[in-house]
Design a protein around this ligand. Structure first.
Ligand code: NAG
Ligand code: NAG
Ligand code: NAG
Ligand code: NAG
Ligand code: NAG
Ligand code: NAG
Length: 891
C-alpha cells in the first residue's frame, strides 16, 4: 500500500509540473459553434454529457478526484457557476485562492481532457448565500438588481468582464487550447422578468449584448429565457426537458439543469430522485432531439462556512447527486448513469448524422425515434443507405403503470413501464433506463439509505454504529449576552439587519431598556395579564432575552413574533438577537429583501395601551465576541479564558466548546456527528465547516416504497421523516492532520459536546442484482468480434460487476444466490430456485479483490437450477474497513 501512495504522490507532483509547463494548452486550439442540432466542436457536431460541480463546495484537494469520477461516469463536460461573492468579498478586492481558485479548477478540467461550461451569471441562485451577489452590492447608490439600472449594470459588467478576461489571460478558451466551450449570462431570469416590466426586457437585451461584446469567442447561453436574442441559445432547466424547444429553429436543444436530486432546508425531509427516472428523462431528451445535457448536480458537495443560501438551507448540498457530498459514488445512481452515457455514446455517430429524428408511433403510449443519415428535418425517410452502424433508435414506453411489448422494424421489444430502450444499431437493445445493473453501495455512516429498489427501507440499519467520541476532554467559554465591544453603538429606531451587519456575521444584537412603574406592575398583577413582546415580521430566527434570561426564540420566514415576557418593576433590559441562516437566494428585488425585523416592535398588555419600542433608543452589537476574536483559530488564544468542561456540566446556552482530536486512520473522507448539539457553527483547525442545527423533519411525507414510475417532484421518495435533517458534517481530509486537530463549536441553545463523534466514511457494503433479462455489458459493443459480426448480441451474457471504492477490497461475500432470490440489499433471501454453488462461485471470483465480474448464465453456476424461469444473481459483499488502506503512508 505504501508503494501505491508514493506513486500517487509522484503523479500529483508530475501533474502540477505538467500544469506549470503547458500553461493552459490542454487541447489543440479548436473553435466552438453550433447549428440547429448540436454544438459543433472543431467542425464536428457533438452529443454532450455535462456534470455540474461547484468548485467552492469542495476543496481543491478533492477536485481532481471529483473530475476523474465524473469523467469515468461518462461526462464530456464539467459545468460550474462563478461565485461572485466568493471572488469579490469586498468591492475591488478579489479572491481567487483556495476553494475560489477557479483558474486551477478549470485547468484541472482541461488536463483531464474534459470541456467546461462556465455559467457566470453573475446571479447564480444555487441555494448559495444571496444567490452569489456580494452583500456590498446592496449599498451601491441607487442600485436595483437584475433590471435596466445603470449602477447594477456597471457592477455586473465589471465582474463578468473580470472572469472572461481571467479565462482569456490564462488561455482557457477553446480557441486558445483551453477547455472552456460555452458561457452563460444571467440565470433563470425568465422566472423574474415580468416583475420588471419593460425594464426587464431591456435588461435581457443589454445583458446578452454586453456578454457577447466581451469577445470570449465561444457561444453564450441563457437558461429559462424564452426571449433570448437570436445570438444567444436559450436553454431548459427542470426535471424533464424532452419537450423543450428553443425560441428559434436555428438553435440546438440544450438542457442546462437536469435536477437529479433536490436541496433541503433545516427541519426538512431529504429528497431523493430515483435513477431509473433520471435515466428515463435523459434518454427521452436525446430521443427527442436534445444534444447537450447537464446534471445539476453531478456532485453537490458542502456549503462550508456561511455560504448556504436561504431561507434556511442546510450545510450539506449533497443533492442526492451521483457523487455524494463526501466525494464517494452514490450507487446505483452513478453506475446506472454511466451505463446510460455509454449507450448514448454508442449512438453518437447516428445522432449527429441526422438533422432530426424520424418519429414512429408504436402504440398509444409508446414511440420510437430513429436517427440516421438521410433523414431530413421533417423526419422524412429520404433514402436507406443500409449502413446500420449509422442508425440508432430510442424506444419509449411513457405509460407509468404498464409494461408494453412493441414491434419495431419487424422485431418485438419488451419495454418496462416509464422506460426507454436504446438501440445503437436500430436492432439490438444496449440499455433500458428501468433495468439497473449497477451495484448498490451502502456507506458505513450512512444516513441517506438507498431507496432505489422497490422494497421497504431498512431505516435503522445503519445508525447502529458504536459511538466514536471525538474527545473526552473539552474546554468551554461563555459568550456574552449583548454588547461585548467598544464597537457597539446606539441610535433611535430599528435598523435593518443587513444594513448593519453587512453579513459579516449571522448575528445582530438589539438592546433597549424600558422602565416599568409600580402602577404598571400592580395593574398587570390584578388583571392577571402577561405582557407580550410582538414583532410584526421577522426572518430567520430571533432569540429574546429579558433581563439577561433567554425567554423565547422563534424561527421562520417573515413571521409575526408574539412572546409573553416577565417584567419587573424598574428598568428592564430587552435584548433581541436577530439571526440570519443563509441570505435569500431566489426572487425579484433581492436588494430590498433584507433580513431581521420588519414593521413595529411593541410590548402589549398594559393598561395605558401598548408600548411601541420601534422608535426607542436601541444599542447595536454586530456578531459574537468569540467569532470576532477568532478563538477558533489554531494558535491557542490561551488568554481567551477557556475553562475545563466537566462531563456532568449542565448544558448551557451561548457557549463555546473546544477540544483536540486525532483524525480517523486512513484516507477515507471524514464526518463529524453533531447530533448531540442544538444550533451553532463549527470550525476544525480554523476552517469553518458550516452551520449546524438539530431540527427534525416532519413525521409524515416519506413513502415506504419509492416507485420510480411517473413524473418526479421533490416530495416523492423523501427520507428522514421524524429524524434530524442533518447530523453528519463533512470535514475535508485536507483540513486534518494525524493528531491534535482543534475543534471549536459555538452552541446557542445547549447540547452535549461529549457526545460529538467522528467517523471516516466509506462504502462498507455493496450489493448487486442482475438477471438474465439484463443486457450484456456496454463495452461488448466495441468488441472487435461484435463489430465484425462474428458474435451477435445473443451470444453475449449479462454480467454482474462489483467494486469496492477507494482501493478497498472485497473481504467477504455475505449473500449470493443464483436463481430467484428475493428482497433487496441487506435483506436478500433465497427463493425457491437457488444454485447450490452460488456462494462458492461468487467468492472465488470476488474475495480479496477490489473488483470482480460474474457472468449471469447457467454454465457459470454448474447448470440450470430451474428451467423456464428467468434467473437472477443477487450478491451482498463487504468491503474491508478503511484502516487497512493507506494508513501507514499517512503517518
Ligand atoms: C477559429 O475561427 C477563427 C475565425 O473564424 C479562425 O480565424 C481560426 O483560424 C479558427 N481556429 C481554428 C483552430 O479553427
Ligand atoms: C426507409 O426507406 C427504405 C427504402 O425506401 C426502407 O427500406 C426502410 O425500411 C425505411 N426505413 C424506415 C425506418 O422507415
Ligand atoms: C413494487 O412491489 C409491489 C409489490 O411487491 C408490486 O405490486 C409493484 O408492481 C412493484 N412496483 C414496481 C415499480 O416494480
Ligand atoms: C459599548 O459602547 C460604549 C460607547 O462606546 C462603551 O462605553 C461601552 O464600554 C461599550 N460596551 C462594551 C461592553 O464594550
Ligand atoms: C438600508 O440602508 C440604505 C442606505 O444605506 C437605506 O436606503 C435603506 O432604506 C436601508 N434599509 C432599511 C430597510 O432600513
Ligand atoms: C486569537 O487568534 C486570532 C488569530 O490568530 C487573533 O486574530 C485574535 O486576536 C486572537 N484572540 C485573542 C483573544 O488572543
Amino acid at each position: 500500500m505504501f508503494g501505491v501512495r508514493t506513486l500517487l504522490q509522484c503523479l500529483a507532483v508530475a501533474l502540477t509540473l505538467h500544469l506549470a509547463i503547458v500553461a493552459g494548452e490542454f487541447f489543440k486550439p479548436f473553435n466552438v459553434s453550433y447549428d440547429h442540432r448540436a454544438l459543433i466542436i472543431d467542425g464536428k457536431r457533438r452529443m454532450l454529457i455535462s456534470a455540474g460541480i461547484h468548485y467552492p463546495r469542495a476543496t481543491p484537494e478533492m477536485w481532481p478526484d471529483l473530475i476523474a469520477k465524473s469523467k469515468e461516469g461518462g461526462a464530456d463536460v464539467i459545468e460550474t457557476y462563478a461565485f461572485w461573492n466568493g471572488h469579490e468579498p469586498l468591492r475591488g478586492q478579489y479572491n481567487f485562492e483556495g476553494r475560489y481558485d477557479i483558474v486551477k479548477f478549470v485547468k484541472l478540467v482541461g488536463s483531464s481532457g474534459l470541456y467546461l461550461l462556465l455559467r457566470i451569471g453573475p446571479y447564480v441562485c444555487a441555494e448559495w448565500n444571496f444567490g452569489g451577489f456580494p452583500v456590498w452590492l446592496r449599498d451601491v447608490p441607487n442600485i436595483e438588481f437584475r433590471t435596466d439600472n445603470t449602477p447594477f449594470k456597471e457592477e455586473m459588467q465589471r465582474f463578468v468582464k473580470k472572469i472572461v478576461d481571467l479565462m482569456r489571460e490564462e488561455m482557457l478558451f477553446s480557441w486558445q487550447g483551453g477547455p472552456v466551450i460555452m458561457l452563460q449570462i444571467e440565470n433563470e431570469y425568465g422566472n423574474m422578468e415580468s416583475s420588471f416590466g419593460q425594464r426587464g426586457k431591456d435588461y435581457v437585451k443589454w445583458a446578452a449584448k454586453m456578454a457577447v461584446g466581451l469577445g470570449a469567442g465561444v457561444p453564450w447561453i441563457m437558461c429559462k429565457q424564452v426571449d433570448a436574442p437570436e445570438f444567444i441559445i436559450d436553454t431548459c432547466n427542470g426535471y424533464y426537458c424532452d419537450g423543450f424547444r428553443p425560441n428559434s429553429y436555428k438553435k440546438p436543444i440544450f438542457w442546462t439543469e437536469n435536477w437529479d436530486g433536490w436541496y433541503t432546508n433545516w427541519g426538512g425531509r431529504v429528497p431523493h430522485r430515483p435513477v431509473e427516472d433520471i435515466a428515463f428523462a435523459v434518454a427521452r431528451f436525446f430521443q427527442r432531439g436534445g444534444s447537450f445535457q447537464n446534471y445539476y448536480m453531478f456532485f453537490g458537495g458542502t456549503n462550508f462556512g456561511r455560504t448556504s443560501g436561504g431561507p434556511n438551507y442546510i450545510t450539506s448540498y449533497d443533492y442526492d447527486a451521483p457523487i455524494d457530498e463526501y466525494g464517494l459514488l452514490s450507487q446505483p445512481k452513478w453506475g446506472h448513469l454511466k451505463d446510460l452515457h455509454a449507450a448514448i455514446k454508442l449512438c453518437e455517430p447516428a445522432l449527429v448524422a441526422a438533422d432530426s429524428p424520424q418519429y414512429i408511433k408504436l402504440g398509444p403510449m409508446q414511440e420510437a425515434h430513429i436517427y440516421r443519415e438521410n433523414i431530413n428535418r421533417e423526419g422524412q425517410n429520404l433514402s436507406w443507405s443500409g449502413n446500420e452502424n449509422k442508425c440508432s433508435a430510442f424506444l419509449a414506453n411513457i405509460d407509468e403503470h404498464k409494461a408494453a411489448s412493441v414491434t419495431f422494424l419487424g422485431q418485438v421489444y419488451a419495454l418496462p413501464p416509464w422506460s426507454v430502450s436504446i438501440l445503437p444499431d436500430c436492432k439490438n437493445t444496449a440499455f433500458n433506463t428501468a433495468k439497473v445493473a449497477a451495484q448498490v453501495s451502502i456507506k458505513t455512516v450512512a444516513f441517506d439509505l438507498p431507496l432505489f429498489t422497490n422494497v421497504s427501507v431498512p431505516r435503522q440499519l445503519m445508525i447502529q454504529n458504536e459511538v466514536a467520541r471525538v474527545s473526552e476532554t473539552w474546554m468551554t467559554l461563555k459568550e456574552p449576552i449583548g454588547a461585548w465591544s467598544e464597537n457597539n453603538f446606539t441610535v433611535e429606531g430599528i435598523l435593518e439587519h443587513l444594513n448593519v451587519t453587512q453579513d459579516h456575521s449571522d448575528y445582530l444584537w438589539y438592546m433597549t431598556r424600558i422602565y416599568i412603574s409600580d402602577d404598571d406592575i400592580s395593574v398587570l398583577e390584578e388583571s392577571k395579564v402577561t405582557p407580550t413582546l410582538t414583532i410584526d415580521s421577522m426572518r430567520d430566527l430571533v432569540r429574546i432575552f429579558i433581563n439577561g434570561q433567554l425567554t423565547g426564540s422563534q424561527a421562520g420566514h417573515w413571521v409575526k413574533v408574539i412572546q409573553p415576557v416577565q417584567l419587573m418593576q424598574g428598568y428592564n433590559d430587552i435584548v433581541l438577537l436577530s439571526q440570519t441562516v443563509g441570505l435569500q437566494n431566489y426572487g425579484a428585488f433581492l436588494e430590498k429583501d433584507g433580513a431581521g425585523f420588519r414593521g413595529r416592535i411593541k410590548l402589549t398588555g398594559f393598561q395605558n395601551g401598548d408600548v411601541d419600542l420601534t422608535e426607542s433608543s436601541w444599542t447595536y452589537q454586530i456578531g459574537l465576541k468569540g467569532e470576532f476574536l477568532k478563538i477558533y483559530m489554531m494558535d491557542q488564544n490561551g488568554s481567551a479564558g477557556w475553562t475545563d468542561l466537566t462531563p456532568d456540566a449542565v448544558p448551557s446556552i451561548f457557549s463555546w466548546y473546544k477540544t483536540y482530536f486525532d483524525a480517523p486512520d486512513g484516507i477515507d473522507p471524514v464526518a463529524l456527528n453533531l447530533g448531540s448539539m442544538g444550533k451553532g457553527q463549527a470550525w476544525v483547525n480554523g476552517h469553518h465547516i458550516g452551520r449546524y442545527w438539530n431540527l427534525v423533519a416532519p413525521k409524515n411525507g416519506c413513502q415506504r416504497i419509492c416507485d420510480y414510475r411517473g413524473t418526479y417532484n421533490s416530495d416523492k421518495c423523501a427520507t428522514n421523516c421524524g429524524q434530524p435533517t442533518q447530523i453528519w458534517y463533512h470535514v475535508p481530509r485536507s483540513w486534518l492532520r494525524t493528531s491534535n486537530n482543534l475543534l471549536v463549536i459555538f452552541e446557542e441553545i445547549g447540547g452535549n459536546p461529549f457526545d460529538i463523534s467522528i467517523k471516516s466514511r466509506f462504502t462498507g457494503t455493496i450489493c448487486s442484482q442482475v438477471s438474465e433479462s439484463h443486457y450484456p455489458p456496454l463495452r461488448m459493443w466495441s468488441h472487435p468480434d461484435f463489430i465484425s459480426g462474428k458474435i451477435s448480441i445473443n451470444d453475449m451474457i449479462p454480467k454482474m460487476h462489483l467494486q469496492c471504492e477507494g482501493g478497498h477490497r472485497i473481504s467477504s461475500i455475505e449473500f449470493a444466490s443464483y436463481g430467484t432470490p428475493k428482497g433487496s440489499c441487506q435483506a436478500f433471501s433465497r427463493g425457491n430456485c437457488h444454485a447450490p454453488n452460488s456462494l462458492s462461485v461468487v467468492s472465488q471470483a470476488c474475495q480479496g479483490k477490489n473488483s470482480c465480474s460474474v457472468g449471469i448464465s447457467n454454465a457459470i453456476f454448474g447448470g440450470d437450477p430451474c428451467r423456464h424461469i428467468v434467473k437472477t444473481l443477487a450478491v451482498e459483499a463487504r468491503c474491508t474497513p478503511s484502516t487497512n488502506i493507506g494508513s501507514s503512508a499517512m503517518k
